[in-house]
Design a protein around this ligand. Structure first.
Ligand code: SF4
Ligand code: SF4
Length: 308
């Protein structure tokens, strides 16, 4: 997005000392906005491409200061409760500024390249000691590909290794422009069956699979990340066979990570006034080991949990 003539990125978190988003110690920049609607999304605050207010009712001390400052009258008191009308809230953050208990938090901040880079540069010694670097994640970072492209270009020039975590659901032009300065791709793959993919994520996987095929010819290592949501994207071992078979035709896949379902993101749905609908079956250790064995049978190094 261009603000006052400058390209700005909408970022909802910058996580330092991350060890799950590529090799070594990394700084992960989480971009807000995603074209997918995965039913199990663990970062629901990442989906909408605009700032949003999150309300943790348990922290509210009922001072009602927020009601008076809201320029849009989006907050009302109902008995002793604070209610936010998200239809008219514009994410200005005024209410957060007077909420001293920390019940209100604005998720999503427009940042300049220099601001993001300054955060990333803080840990250069750790990247050097651990083979780490910066990871662009989300949401879907390719929704802000112009910003990510510039971020990676400068990081590259400064000797900071770069990793892109993507769903691959973006025009090839956007993806390829970022890949010019990318050292590693973390490619999320939910299902190769298009119907299943569409039911679970709201979009077909046509673009995702095509982009993966094209990216695999770019001589950049790729780690495939497969969420395992039993009864949703994975119902039987056959579903993993389909993924293994698809991958076996590609080059450049360094490893496959199986990511077992967890409910850590559930509480955030409440903070956003949304409903968490997933009722996935608990993962059986033996079943996930079988899935790992199946991917390995297609010749891939496979991990459970994606620790690198
Ligand atoms: S300002 Fe914060 S603590 Fe006070 S009523 Fe609003 S949400 Fe609750
Ligand atoms: S973010 Fe702004 S518009 Fe939304 S509730 Fe708070 S003060 Fe009102």
């Amino acid at each position: 997005m261009v603000i006052s003539g400058k390209v700005k990125g909408l970022v909802f978190n910058i996580q330092r000392f991350s060890i799950h988003d590529g090799p070594g110690i990394r700084t992960t920049v989480f971009f807000k906005g995603c074209p997918l609607r995965c039913l199990w999304c663990a970062n629901p605050e990442s989906i909408n491409p605009f700032p949003e207010i999150m309300f943790n009712e348990a922290k509210c001390i009922k001072c009602y200061k927020c009601i008076n400052v809201c320029p849009f009258r989006a907050i009302i008191q109902h008995f002793d409760k604070v209610i936010i009308n998200r239809e008219i809230c514009d994410g200005c953050g005024e209410c957060m500024n007077v909420c001293y208990s920390g019940a209100l938090n604005l998720c999503g901040k427009y940042m300049s390249l220099e601001e993001v880079l300054n955060e990333v540069r803080r840990d250069i010694p750790f990247y050097q000691a651990s083979n780490g670097g910066v990871t662009a994640s989300g949401g879907e970072p390719l929704m802000q590909h112009e910003f990510v492209k510039e971020l990676f270009k400068i990081a590259y020039e400064e000797g900071i290794s770069t990793a892109l975590e993507t769903s691959g659901h973006a025009p090839w032009k956007a993806l390829s422009s970022v890949l010019k300065h990318t050292d590693l791709i973390l490619y999320d793959l939910k299902a190769v069956d298009s119907k299943v993919h569409e039911e679970m994520t709201g979009v077909t996987n046509k673009l995702i699979l095509e982009n993966l095929k094209r990216a695999s010819l770019e001589a950049i290592p790729i780690i495939i990340r497969i969420p395992i949501i039993m009864g949703y994207n994975i119902a039987t071992e056959e579903d993993i066979h389909k993924i293994g078979s698809f991958l076996s035709k590609l080059k450049g896949i360094e490893r496959v990570d199986l990511l077992p379902y967890h409910k850590f993101g559930e509480i955030k749905y409440r903070f956003l006034g949304r409903e968490y609908k997933v009722k996935a079956k608990p993962l059986n250790k033996e079943f996930i080991s079988n899935l790992k064995g199946i991917i390995e049978s297609y010749g891939y190094k496979t991990s459970i949990g994606g620790l690198s």
